[in-house]
Design a protein around this ligand. Structure first.
Ligand code: PLP
Length: 481
């Protein structure tokens, strides 16, 4: 009989746990002094790690020591107040503490029975969030639909496509697979690449994806969508799904869901609304206009509280209007997954709402965030970010050397130096190498464009002011003025 391994005792856990919480709090206190973009060379982190794992256990203090010396230099600090790249991944005290609780509970909530609280809290919190976002009852468990936490917006897009294929094929796709030659999906040229990935995963292939042109503000052109679908239907093809975006990755453009929706309704096409970054802004009543059309037309909708709503990565809130289509697409029940409550159809088994079987207790962190901030606290975070972005945009607009490249309805500002791309590339490279700020870029109307996205938990007025000062003075150096 082999002896049981030596586990960390609960006393040791208390001691190290306190040290870890202190470590995280100290990290948040000092992160602004670290270079936001990691400055390590490729391979440097691995070179600092031993070739082989230890034969005998080491103290946890050794793990923390290596975290400081080897890993922290290799981090790009997403919680740095000067992190303006991509979209934020904002975390917060309540979210991190709830993650610790989730890990400590070690619950795997694949079915209602494997932890009723895990399932019912998720149902309840997502119903709360639906109300906060102004989504109608049909997206909640009070109606025909409901919400589920996915790891990411990409997973939400994949399951939406699977549900759409299930509906379009009247369930045949389950046994026959996809009719690649006949099915088509549609999105704008500015939409996220996740739909192409989903098309590959489902076996449709990227040839099934039709990219619809955009209007001057980079939003999907509904007339072009209608033309594309009409032509396809005439050719005997089946328009399975349209993905509209509320807040594109590139410029935060908002597709006209209220005009796209009626086209989908006319052709029986599933409408998925990808609001990964922007959707959470609808917690503010004055910003709810971004969802215009969602309530009336969307079949599925997803937004990421892990981006701009203070809920540590990963947490995507994914809603469907008709849960039967999603469950129909994904439910495969073997004997070992059967239970009396499931058979009686009185509970939700979230294993049928996602790709993996197993699932973490993610609802805890969203619950903790909503409770500890309160609705007003969440609104304050969104409003603060939007106000900072609007101010930054006024500075760009007032400086003749720069131009704004897209409208900034929320907290993303797209801008560039007028003229050639090269000075803009240099500007981005120079400010990012400074360690003080980190911006990313995109192409807008074929011009290299800088993106400044606000929404990090620690970002304040002074950080945005400092960012503009650095951009402006670096531009002066580059332009020689
Ligand atoms: C509009 C949009 N959709 C989808 C995604 C993908 O998000 P995720 O990383 O959650 O899959 C992003 C990421 O920034 C996004 O901006």
């Amino acid at each position: 009989m082999h002896p049981a391994p030596e586990h960390m005792s609960t006393e040791e856990f208390r001691r190290h746990g306190r040290a870890v919480v202190d470590w995280v709090a100290d990290y948040w206190d000092r992160v602004a002094s670290l270079p936001v973009l990691s400055q390590v060379a490729p391979g440097q982190v691995r070179a600092g790690l031993p070739d082989k794992p230890p034969e005998t256990g080491e103290p946890f203090t050794a793990v923390l020591a290596d975290l400081d010396s080897i890993l922290v230099p290799g981090l790009t600090h997403w919680q740095h107040p000067g992190f303006f790249a991509y979209y934020p991944s904002s975390t917060s005290g309540p979210a991190v503490l709830a993650e610790l609780l989730s890990a400590g509970l070690g619950v795997q909530g694949m079915m209602w029975q494997t932890s009723p609280a895990c399932t019912e809290l998720e149902q309840h919190v997502l119903d709360w969030l639906a109300g906060l976002l102004g989504l109608p009852d049909c997206f909640t468990f009070a109606g025909s639909g409901g919400g589920v936490i996915q790891d990411s917006a990409s997973s939400a897009i994949l399951v939406a496509l699977l549900a759409a294929l299930h509906r379009a094929s009247e369930g045949r796709v389950q046994t026959e697979g996809v009719d690649r030659a006949r099915y088509r999906v549609y999105t704008s040229t500015d939409a996220h690449s996740a739909l192409e990935k989903a098309a590959r995963i489902t076996g449709l292939g990227t040839a099934a994806v039709r990219f619809i042109g955009t209007r001057a503000d980079s939003s999907m052109d509904p007339k072009a969508l209608r033309t594309a679908i009409t032509d396809d239907v005439r050719a005997g093809l089946i328009p399975v799904m349209v993905m509209a975006t509320v807040g594109t990755t590139s410029t935060s453009a908002i597709d006209p869901v209220d005009r796209i929706g009626p086209i989908c309704a006319e052709f029986g096409t599933w409408l998925h609304v990808d609001a990964a970054y922007a959707g959470v802004a609808a917690v503010c009543p004055e910003l709810r206009w971004i969802q215009h059309g969602v309530a009336d037309y969307a079949d599925s909708y997803a937004t990421n509280p892990h981006k701009w709503l203070l809920t540590a990565f990963d947490c995507d809130a994914c809603y469907v209007r008709d849960r039967a289509a999603l469950v129909g697409a994904l439910s495969v029940v073997r004997e070992y997954l059967r239970s009396n409550v499931s058979a009686a159809d009185t509970v939700v088994d979230y294993r049928d709402w996602q790709v993996p079987l197993g699932r973490r207790f993610r609802a805890l962190k969203l619950w903790a965030v909503i409770r500890c901030y309160g609705v007003e606290g969440l609104r304050a975070h969104i409003r603060h970010s939007v106000a900072l972005a609007q101010r930054f945009a006024t500075w760009v607009a007032a400086d003749d050397r720069f131009e704004l490249m897209a409208p900034q309805p929320l907290s993303l500002v797209c801008f560039r130096l007028r003229g050639a791309d090269e000075p803009n590339r240099q500007l981005l490279q120079t400010v990012n190498a400074s360690g003080q700020i980190y911006l990313s870029h995109t192409m807008v109307r074929d011009a290299f464009t800088l993106r400044l996205a606000i929404g990090g938990t620690a970002t304040r007025d002074e950080h945005v002011t400092a960012a503009w000062d650095l951009l402006s003075s670096t531009a002066s150096g580059l332009l020689g003025d």
